[in-house]
Design a protein around this ligand. Structure first.
Ligand SMILES: [Mn+2]
Length: 371
């Protein structure tokens, strides 16, 4: 599997490519053109520029996160035709630069949602956190302001101010949109876009809703194993894939992440994996933690990585959000230090599984099986 790291570009990231390339085992950057308005075509020249900058630093640009979906597509408005055509054009341009995976999401209006971007843990590190009661009591507009104030001056992915300005109007447009409508609108989009992705040898990889339940009464569909199953079958193609994000799906304690991962790996529909840990409370709250499982996290990262290893996973993974540690000042969730620790933890599990398999093959040790 290939280790990647999300990067927001030299103008808007506290972390440099020079530093990222020093993380042992790193293959590539997960990048995007963050300044292109949602719905517009990504120009080939700009993509090539980004690719070359990353290549100069010894890494590849094979995963894009995200090419965001215009609200008109999610709403199923007649104007979606133009935006779908633009999306196809962007896919073709990305393919020319050698991109293999496009991560995207289908969440109405809001992207990932948290009530706190710097909750302090006992050790003094800070994390993103979700307090259910807080989110349920706050007005959407208030949340937007709060997110902006807590962002350390960085733009937050999926929280583009120009789009959110029209928030009231957007809520009105979604008033009568049901989950079934959202499935229809996703299907309409996929039916047009997936054949182009196939031609271009690109895998589309839809990201689960974060958290995987409705917020502010808006419909959300990318939020359970059953729904993911329905989505991959909307258009039956290996290019219609999933980003399995352990932290997003894992916020619902009923979700068995290793089982979900195993199921869709068997179907060959997992080109991209986000790996992070969270601590879930009984009342629906959760907070992010270090990637390590045995101490504070609720998810079993050993099992998650083992499933990938057992399947001989050849796709891409990235450590997801990290804590803010060692005094680092960065975009919440996207500092260098804790994400680098996360990669090392994940690769440490992977490498020990590799070594174990080799030793078993040579007859040096008996295989150790863990349920
Ligand atoms: Mn994720």
């Amino acid at each position: 599997m290939k280790a990647t790291f999300r990067w927001f570009g030299k103008e808007d990231d506290s972390v440099s490519l020079e530093y990222i390339r020093q993380i042992p085992g790193i293959d590539g950057i997960v990048g995007a053109l963050f300044d292109i308005p949602v719905g517009e075509v990504w120009p080939e020249s700009r993509i090539m520029e980004l690719k070359e900058e990353i290549n100069r630093n010894g890494m590849s640009l094979e995963v894009i996160e995200s090419v965001n979906i215009h609200e008109d597509i999610k709403l199923g408005l007649p104007s979606r035709e133009k935006y779908i055509e633009n999306y196809k054009e962007t896919i073709r341009n990305l393919a020319k630069a050698g991109v293999k995976v496009i991560c995207y999401n289908f969440m109405p209006i809001f992207d990932w949602t948290r009530s706190d971007l710097a909750k302090e843990l006992p050790d003094g590190s800070t994390v993103l956190a979700y307090e259910k009661a807080k989110i349920e009591s706050i007005e959407p507009l208030e949340l937007i302001e709060q997110m902006e104030n807590l962002s350390n001056g960085y733009s937050l992915p999926g929280w583009e101010p120009e789009r959110l300005k029209a928030i009231k109007q957007l809520f009105e447009l979604y008033q009568d949109v049901t989950e079934e409508d959202l499935f229809d609108h996703l299907q309409y989009f996929l039916e047009q876009v997936i054949p182009v992705a196939e031609e271009c040898d690109i895998k589309m990889a839809i990201h689960p809703d974060d958290p995987p339940w409705s917020v502010f009464g808006l419909p959300r569909i990318v939020r359970s194993k059953e729904n993911l199953e329905r989505i991959v079958k909307l258009v039956n193609s290996p290019s219609n894939g999933l980003t399995i994000c352990s932290g997003s799906l894992g916020a619902n304690p009923n979700h068995d992440i290793p089982d979900i991962l195993c199921h869709f790996l068997k179907m060959n529909r997992v080109p991209f994996v986000h790996i992070r840990n969270i601590k879930i409370a009984d009342n629906g709250n959760f907070q992010e933690t270090s990637h390590r499982s045995t101490e504070e996290g609720s998810l079993d990262l050993y099992k998650i990585v083992k499933v990938l290893h057992d399947h001989g996973f050849k796709g891409y993974f990235r450590p997801d959000h990290g804590r803010m540690i060692w005094g680092e000042k960065a975009r919440p969730g996207y500092g260098l230090y804790d994400r680098a620790l996360g990669i090392m933890y994940i690769l440490g599990i992977w490498d020990s599984l590799e070594q174990n398999n080799k030793a078993v093959k040579k007859g040096e040790i008996n295989n150790v099986t863990i349920n």
